[in-house]
Design a protein around this ligand. Structure first.
Ligand code: ATP
Length: 793
């Protein structure tokens, strides 16, 4: 009888009734018996083009009408889905990851088979091996990024130094001619920058920026398209090299975290979808939950390689990126970080001639020769530095956000984005040349802080201190500011340098290039920190405690805290990279906390701002204040598109075609054929349903597949599940039944309508859920809640 009813229903479901804004209609090709009967397994068909705004509710309503029964007029009930902020969902490109393990029958069978101590030990050992591999490969990639940057920068600055010496030096050409070096400098900036920007813009736009916001979103449970692909890694690596060599104001630490994440995602899955190669290893780790842990380890290994700071790398991942962690994960992450830093040290030391093993990281911020000490009366000064850093950081974040809004509004064409990057490179070179030309800051040669001291307009045996700040990579400049002896710069030089760099960093972050923000932010802080120390010392010459290097370090910490809003990891990274005594942890943390508190008062951290601007549905640590006091019933979407435990292939196919939801409660004991009020017995994902249809796992054909099917069938297509467009349902299969008993997750998280929003949010976040079903006292579905309901309602 039911099969007949469904036949009738088909005539009726063309009515254009819109409820859910996310539906898509199938092409007509397979309908109405036009399609030639297909083979037993479903073949690939062309994607549907004919999208409409109809939903599965129409389907049920029409089904009811066609059957001549009085069903609930679900299509007249305006679904709460439509109350979501549609601007935030405009592209709806972000789906969630499934961090909640689906413990269906297939999974349990797999567990039973492998549920013995030997198997578990083997799985654990494999996990450790993967983490070690992640550390090694991430370090190798760091070397592949670092060595070209070193070599190409050396060529660039040696050439520029020679050019300046030949054209400007006072003894050769009195009065100087900076035009020719300026043109060379511009050319040497524009070419790599344009190359990098073109790569990012045309080949893999997701590689723009530091990559930290993307990694953070991924770890929070948001699927960011193309974030962990090999192509992304390749573009990111070349992009960072070109941008840094081009002299843009940026660094490689964020990109290194991203690179580590890609490495982790690749290694842990034992297959590459880009190269269509399955190595048939590590198959037990093919799910979002396992992958997430590896990605966290990869991000930590990347940061550890960048800074030469294993503990800092681990803390950075925990503090800034991770949304979920446990004790074992912390251990493994730390091991990946240590291995990464160690491997990098060996490879870079070998590259530099094995003289000493001091290349623990890509950044060498130099070790303070004498232990940094402080007096207790300096603590208020450190706090004031923190407050200043918080204010400057908040201002920087706000300016940068405005600039990026302007960009996304007005710079739409791809070539315009490349031109913009070139323009910023030109502005940088021009400002540097103007500074060099107008500021007369000559210092005696001997303790010159740069490898490329240029004489410019200075006397013989002198070098130009302004050029020294510009003729090197930004991290080398930070090193200079930390370690140059007192009196290496003029107050005017540092004042102008701070302003110029602050401005350049602000316009650079957001360009279509791969660059991190850590080094420019630290550099600006080091510059103003040193400057403030110099000014105070100028006013109070007896204040001998004002060592410029120490205050440059405090300034860097303050500025970093003000922009990034990290505390523990930053202080540990700064300590590990500069080798300061543990006793100096206290001043650093006092500064960072002051900066964070003050900064937080005005704006969010820059990564969070970027995440918001991209409309990524990132779950915060706490429920948003506007939802406090609400109940589950006020957050949920209703009516819910459900599927019966034994449902027809035709219905499932139509649901998948017509609505884009990724999870469907599985129900039984439905009243009046209205699935939306059935009793919950599980939940099934869209990806699972597609695999079921593609493999023809129909009840009627059970004999053919019953022995074959296993959890591996689903893992083999993870993570790029086919879309519903690749499924074709020939006429003869429409009336087949799909029994979801062994496929569905039988224990979805259910909450009651009266549960408070705060309570369900805690559950949702802690368990890394994707869907939460709201039920009544009889265990009947009344609504559904996803992460977007906690953010955009
Ligand atoms: P995700 O996109 O997070 O992977 P999803 O696609 O299943 O999961 P969302 O895009 O978050 O769901 O959902 C958008 C809106 O649709 C939310 O308000 C949610 O409550 C609602 N929704 C989700 N699934 C269903 C469903 N099966 N029936 C009705 N409404 C749903």
């Amino acid at each position: 009888k039911e099969l007949q009813e469904q036949e009738t229903e088909d005539d009726d479901d063309d009515e254009p009734l819109a409820i859910h804004p996310r539906g898509a209609e199938p092409t007509g090709s397979h309908r109405g018996g036009q399609e030639p009967p297909g083979p037993d397994t479903n073949s690939i068909s062309m994607p549907s083009e004919n999208n409409s705004l109809r939903s599965a509710h129409n389907l049920e309503a029409n089904e009811g009408r066609a059957n001549g029964r009085q069903t609930e007029p679900t299509f007249y009930i305006r679904s709460r889905t439509s109350t979501l902020n549609t601007t935030a969902l405009k592209d709806d490109v972000y789906e969630s990851l499934d961090y909640d393990v689906c413990d269906n029958v297939l999974f349990k069978e797999d567990q039973k088979f492998s549920d013995n101590a030997r198997f578990n030990i083997r799985k654990d050992i494999l996990r450790w091996i993967i983490f070690i591999q992640i550390g090694v490969v991430t370090a190798l990639i760091a070397c592949v990024i670092d060595i070209p940057i070193e070599e190409l920068s050396a060529v660039k600055y040696t050439f520029l130094k020679n050019s300046v010496d030949n054209n400007v030096a006072a003894n050769i050409n009195p009065g100087g001619n900076l035009v020719i070096p300026y043109i060379y400098w511009m050319a040497m900036s524009i070419v790599p920058v344009v190359l990098g920007a073109a790569l990012v813009t045309y080949v893999e736009p997701i590689t723009a920026g530091s990559g930290m916001p993307q990694v953070k979103s991924y770890l929070n449970g948001v699927k960011i398209p193309r974030i962990v692909r090999i192509k992304t890694l390749a573009v990111k690596a070349v992009g960072v090299v070109t941008a840094v060599v081009g002299g843009l104001v940026g660094g490689k630490e964020g990109p290194m975290a991203h690179a580590g994440a890609v490495v982790a995602a690749g290694i842990s899955q034992g297959k590459s979808t880009t190269f269509v190669k399955d190595f048939r290893i590590f198959r037990a780790f093919r799910d979002d939950h396992e992958k997430r842990d590896f990605v966290l380890g990869g991000a930590a290994a990347g940061v550890a390689a960048a800074f030469g700071s294993p503990i800092g790398g681990m803390l950075f991942s925990l503090e800034e990126a991770a949304s979920f962690w446990n004790q074992n994960l912390i251990w493994r992450t730390l091991v990946a970080s240590i291995i990464s830093s160690f491997t990098l040290n060996i490879v870079l030391s070998a590259y530099h001639g094995l003289n000493n093993f001091t290349f623990t990281g890509l950044f060498n911020l130099g070790k303070f020769e004498q232990p940094l000490t402080f007096e207790y009366f300096e603590l208020p000064i450190f706090m004031l530095f923190g407050v200043t850093g918080g204010l400057l950081g908040a201002m920087w974040n706000s300016y940068n956000t405005h600039i990026n809004r302007f960009r996304s509004r007005f710079i739409k064409f791809k070539f315009a984005r490349i031109l913009e990057a070139a323009l910023v490179a030109v502005i940088g070179v021009t400002l540097a040349c103007v500074m060099i030309f107008f500021i007369n800051d000559c210092r005696p040669l001997g303790n010159d802080p740069t490898d490329y001291p240029v004489q410019l307009f200075c006397e013989d045996n002198e070098y130009n201190a302004v050029a020294a700040l510009w003729f090197q990579t930004p991290e080398a400049t930070v090193r200079s500011l930390f370690h140059d002896p007192p009196g290496s710069h003029k107050i005017l030089t540092l004042t102008v340098f701070t302003l110029v760099y602050y401005f350049l960093a602000c316009v650079t972050f957001g360009l279509n290039v791969s660059l991190g923000i850590f080094i420019p932010t630290g550099l600006v802080g080091a510059a103003w920190g040193r400057l403030v120390a110099m000014i105070i010392f100028y006013i109070f010459p007896e204040a001998t405690f004002l060592s410029p290097g120490k205050y440059a370090l405090i300034g860097a910490a303050a500025n970093l805290g003000g922009v990034l809003r990290m505390t523990i990891s930053l202080s540990v990274i700064l300590m590990e990279t500069t080798g300061v005594e543990t006793s100096f942890f206290f001043p650093l943390i006092v500064t960072l906390i002051s900066a964070k508190w003050v900064g937080d008062y005005f704006t969010e951290g820059i990564y969070d701002i970027q995440i918001k601007m991209s409309c990524v549905p990132l779950l915060p640590w706490e429920l948003l204040p506007k939802y406090k006091g609400l109940k589950a019933s006020e957050l949920m979407s209703t009516p819910v598109v459900c599927i019966k435990k034994c449902d027809s292939a035709k219905y499932i196919y139509k649901v998948l075609r017509r609505c884009k939801h990724n999870g469907f409660p599985v129900v039984e004991d439905v009243k009046g054929n209205n699935r939306a009020n059935g009793r919950v017995c599980g939940i099934v994902l869209r990806s699972q349903l597609i695999v079921i249809l593609l493999n023809s796992f129909y009840e009627e054909k059970k004999n053919f597949w019953e022995k074959e099917v296993s959890i591996q069938t689903f893992r083999n297509v993870y993570p790029r599940y086919p879309s519903i467009d690749s499924v074709r349902l020939p006429n003869e299969k429409e009336n087949y039944t799909v029994n979801l008993d062994i496929f569905m997750n039988p224990s979805p998280v259910r909450v009651s309508q009266c549960d408070s929003a705060s309570k369900i949010f805690k559950k949702f976040r802690a368990l890394g859920l994707r869907h939460m079903i709201v039920i009544d006292r009889e265990n009947r579905v009344v609504g559904i809640i996803t992460r977007k309901d906690f953010l955009y309602k």
